[in-house]
Design a protein around this ligand. Sequence first.
Ligand code: S3P
Length: 462
Amino acid sequence: MHPAIINKPALPLKAELSLPGDKSITHRAIFISAIAEGRTKINNFLFSGDCLVTINAFRKLGLRIITDKKNKRVIVYGKGLLGLSKPNSPLELKESGTTMRLLAGLLAGQDFSSKLCAGKALSLRPMRRITVPLRMMGAVIKSKIKKSLPAGRQEKSKIEEYPPLTLKGGGLKAISYRMPVASAQVKSALLLAGLYAKGQTKVIEPIKTRDHTERLLKLFAADIKIEGLKIRIKKSKLISSGLIDIPADASSSAFFIVLAALLPEAHLSIKSVGINPTRAGIIKALQKMGAEIKVSKCQSVKVSSFEPVADLLVKNSRLKAITIKAKEIPSIIDELPILMVAACLARGKTVIEGVSELRVKETDRISSMVTNLRKMGADIRLKMKKIKGVNSECLEIYGIDRFKAAKVKSFGDHRTAMSAVVAGLLAEGKTRLDDVGCIDKSFPEFVAILRRLLGRNCIKLS
Ligand code: S3P
């Protein structure tokens, strides 16, 4: 545990930042380069806990991967679709849910058996969403079957599957699958499996989720067609594009955007941020709330060709409440914790509909965020609402004037921890956070950047 004491900054936030690479794209860059023909250089690679899990897993699957942390660069020597080899021990995926779900899809296509093990928190995250369709394609998967943990008081327990997963793949057949949950991890697992299946795999999403896998597969010449919510993929040889430039992570940027929107006199520019519309819902939402965020064409020469990228300029502004509809949730799913922080300090009642998926992230983020923010004086209510005939959880957040300092917890979750840090920087008094170590999962430099910009006293580490 790495505790921290957070104080209101003495310095105004005036800076120009370049933030680390996108976590979702970094994972996918390794996955897709590994099974492509040729060598791929990946620039602005995110050297975070989860992404290192992906590198280690692929090394165990026989890949040669060279890392250069100083220059944020990785080189993957692709082995082609059938080049992976059977690992000689279980793959330890620690807390990386993206690695676990995408790898299950990829390994479903392989002719060997493998075991995917998880850390404590990931062992409690649902896997049935991938095991069901992958079994339909022909994979043989064993998992730990248990009654689901009650995700919120409203939900009934049902049978769920959890890690570890043991997979025996190969000989897959294509399926047409209408996904019951909007999940980019599930979609990506099925598209990767579809690369190995006989026939045309069709995946239909309920709501569009992040499409980084589709974009990279296209860049690597896969036979993939996208038509609104339908994606079709056929067995195809992947050819490396040679180079992948990863934009700055929109989710990591969100913590700085909200901080700049709320700190008096702030004026913050963030360079080369990924603004893929399936990911950047937070920018739209904050602009609707009245935040002054200017999105302009990237000045940097290293503009990624497969993902839209922009420079952002954020200035302090007075925020007002908005309503976020269930259909907007996938584009803002990882930013809901920090949006909740912003909503607490916005004028009026913010409503966020269809938030149940937050229950099955690194921690139950409804519970972790509501607990912390209420301790800091927030007025948040949880409501049930029927959306398309289904009972769905909604948050109602009533704006307050300011946060008060409190003792808060990360609950082992990087995004709950970063949201607590931002709320602490905006609060009167000393906020005590039990652990900032878990932030390494997605954004190891987070605390150091804040201390550099706002002074060491704003986050005291013991
Ligand atoms: C991710 C998809 C989302 C997101 C997660 C990363 C990805 O999860 O919350 O942090 O990289 O595909 P779901 O697919 O479970 O919604």
